[in-house]
Structure formats: structure tokens, C-alpha cells
Design a protein around this ligand. Sequence first.
Ligand code: ZN
Length: 388
Amino acid sequence: MEKAYSYRFYPTPEQESLLRRTLGCVRLVYNKALHERTQAWYESQRRIGYSQTSSMLTAWKKESELDFLNEVSCVPLQQGLRHLQTAFSNFWAGRTKYPNFKKKHQGGSAEFSKSAFKYRNGQIYLAKCKEPLDIRWSRPIPEGCEPSTVTIRLHPSGRWHISIRFDDPTIKPLPVTDKAIGIDLGINSLVTTSDGNKVSNPKHLKKYYRKLRRAHKNLSRKEKGSKNREKARRKVARIHAQITDTRKDHLHKLTTQLVRENQTIVVEDLAVKNMVKNRKLAQAISDASWGEITRQLAYKCRWYGRTYIEIDRWFPSSKRCSNCGHIVQKMPLNIREWDCPECGTCHDRDINASKNILAAGLAVSVCGASVRPEQSKSVKPTAMKLQT
Ligand SMILES: [Zn+2]
């Protein structure tokens, strides 16, 4: 099973200079290739692929004004072009927006595959660096594991991180249980499960949001291009990083527990949730957490031999009575509890929704077993009908 661990590291001045130049070159090559691909499309409706941009890179390195591209490892530049290819594939498939140019203040990243780094005596040596990276090993890489890829990231706050990917043969499926759970993702409670548990956002997140608002205000008062503005910008970025860390930590504990205790986990397709767009802070917090929860659940289920199901977006999970199947006409967001007019059951809004999500997910998994995967979409509505 593939795993990635992320650590903070402190580059020496020489390493920092080389890494900053590397990130700059990755950005330049990425942006140039993006420009070429866009031009080719507008001017002659031609699609340029990865291999063409790769030969362009070879040509750019021979141009005298781009000579500095030869001073850094070539691997991250190539990997950048691969990422651009992925960005285009996602765009053509309708999953994402058109790729954007990379900007300097975003920091940036550089990916080093096997040929561009060495892992020796528990140390990472990057290409063109004599000394190993000074990594704060917050947890060890399991004995006998060989890193396959490392990614260097410069956070907008000025911190350096390294993410190390490796194959971990020690991950084994957990013992099978017969428990299945439905999960409703919400704003009032971040997570509500079909067995009646509610989990909210950690309290101290609020404290960080207050800090963030103050830092933002401070930033907006600083003059463009000034040293103080740069300092204020870093402060904002640092608080963002703290928020991300705190949130991830909290969610890891939650998702690990859910995956340990349940064989099957059902969630709603997030596209549903995103339809109810609003710019409020609470929404922003939840948005970020929802995506992270489903991401963690999906890969942990894969690791531990669990079944992860995302149900179709049009399922009326909050309007349906999970006891008798009756569907009410309206269910405004402010109603937290309701009585079913048909069978009289008193429902907590979120727990009822998560029960429906579980039922729909189990129906999909039963019907899905007899059809080919590419047809699973057309199967979903039938599965829903069985339930309603
Ligand atoms: Zn009912």
C-alpha cells in the first residue's frame, strides 16, 4: 500500500538557494508549457500533449537566455509537465476548471522521483545537494521501506515541507466486521452517523479564525510592495497552516475510528453539498473539512479492506422518513427535528438523513455487484427507487 508522510525541514543556505531556484524553474516551465498549450488551442485548435511539451523543454534548455534551467535537477521540471498534463486531463473530463498560471507568492513544489534523490542511512539526499536535508522526523519511516518519490514544498508562510512517498507492506486489512454506517456531513454537526453520534468541529478552530480575521485586516492596511506587507502576508499564511494542521489532526482521529469500527461506510456525493453555496465562514470551514473527511475515508477504506460508497447526488436524504419511507414536500434548513406525518416517528434531522444515506448506499452496493462498473451510474436511480 502506498503511503506518504510529511515532515518539516530546515534547508542550509545553499540548499535553500538551490531549492528556490528549482521551484522558480518548475514554475517557469509549467507556465511556459501552459502558455504554449493555450496558444496552440486558440490559434489552430491543436492539442499539445505531455510528450510535445517535454521536447519543448529540451529546446528551451538550449536557449541562451534560459540557460539557468540547466543549473537545477531536470526531474522536477519533467514532473511539473506531467502535473500540467493531469490538470488538462481533469479539465477535459469536466472535473476541474482550466489550469491556472503558477504564481511566486504561492510558494510552489518540486517532485523528485527515484532517480533524483537518494535515501541512505535514514537520510534524504537531493540531486545536486551534498548534504542531507535536515528533516524533523516526527515519525519514522517503517523499517525496510524505500521512498519512491519525495516532494519539496515551500509554504507561502516561508516554511519548508517534504512529503515522502513509500510502499508500506505492513498495512494489512482489518478483521472483517458486519457493521455498516451512514454519514451525514453538515454545518451544525460536522459529522452525524446513522448510529446516532454527532461530531462537531474542534472548539479551538474558532480561536484561529479570530486570529485570521485580525491578520487579514492588518494585511489590507499595508502598502503594496512594502516589507511590512510581506511580513503581514506571511503571518496570514502561517495562521492558515495552523488551521489546516489542527483540522487534519482532528479529522484523522475521527476517520480512523470510523474505518476501524465499520466494514461499510456510506457518504453523500459532495457535489450535492456544494450546490448550497454560501459565502459564510461556517460554510467555508465545513467545505474544507468535508473534502478532507471523504478523502481520508476513501483511502483508509482502501488500506484496511473496507467498502467505501458515495451515493448519488439526487437522493432526498433529509426529506425522507427513514422509518416508513414517506417523503415530505419541504424540509427547510432551520428545522432540526420533525415528526413523520405518516408513521409518527420523531426524527433528529441529521440522524434521519444519515440513516437514509446508509440505506441508499447498501442498496447501491447490492445492485452494483451484478453490473459492470461503468454502468454503475445508470444503476443508481433504480437502487434509489427500491428504497423510496
Ligand atoms: Zn415515517
